[in-house]
Design a protein around this ligand. Structure first.
Ligand SMILES: [Zn+2]
Length: 165
């Protein structure tokens, strides 16, 4: 068993990102995501004063977010053609590969799979994928075919599918 961490933080296309330190098979657990679970209200407060911190927060369930400051999750970038997904498994968030990932590849997930219909946050996207959507919005606003594909491969947490408008 290698003592090398699964990921490293490196300069990538858009700032810093997570790069695989080794290859991962499809569906492999890359790493659990650590951080502090905070209320939606706390994150709302950060939009004034700490907007970057707020933007980095990852939806944890219906009312809470994971603040990944200082942890891998802080550098987990979006891609419209992701090779990984953030899922909720046994009470924690994990980063799992969606396909084979080579050592040295940036690990990307689609932010939209973590944006419920009640999340108003959007982001102009410059991920560089041929299929780039140009704008990252909530899961319910993805093209129907993309929603079906993500659901079929299990890339969407249940609390996102169930989020009301
Ligand atoms: Zn994109």
């Amino acid at each position: 068993m290698s003592r090398l961490p699964p990921l490293r933080i490196e300069r990538v296309r858009n700032g810093r990102g997570l790069v695989a330190n080794r290859a991962f098979t499809p569906g492999a657990l890359i790493t659990p995501l650590h951080g502090r679970v905070v209320s939606a209200r706390t994150v709302w407060g950060w939009w004034h004063g700490q907007p970057r911190r707020a933007a980095n927060c990852i939806r944890f369930d219906a009312d809470r977010y994971l603040d990944p400051t200082g942890e891998w999750g802080e550098f987990a970038n979006h891609g419209c053609r992701p090779n990984a997904a953030i899922l909720r498994e046994r009470g924690r968030l994990v980063l799992r590969s969606l396909r084979a990932i080579r050592a040295g590849e940036e690990v990307l997930h689609d932010y939209s799979t973590l944006l419920g219909a009640d999340d108003v946050w959007t982001m102009r996207c410059m991920c560089g994928a041929g299929a780039c959507r140009g704008m990252v919005r909530s899961f319910d606003r993805l093209p129907a075919a993309t929603r079906r594909r993500y659901r079929a491969i299990g890339a969407v947490p249940g609390f996102i599918l169930n989020s009301g408008r």
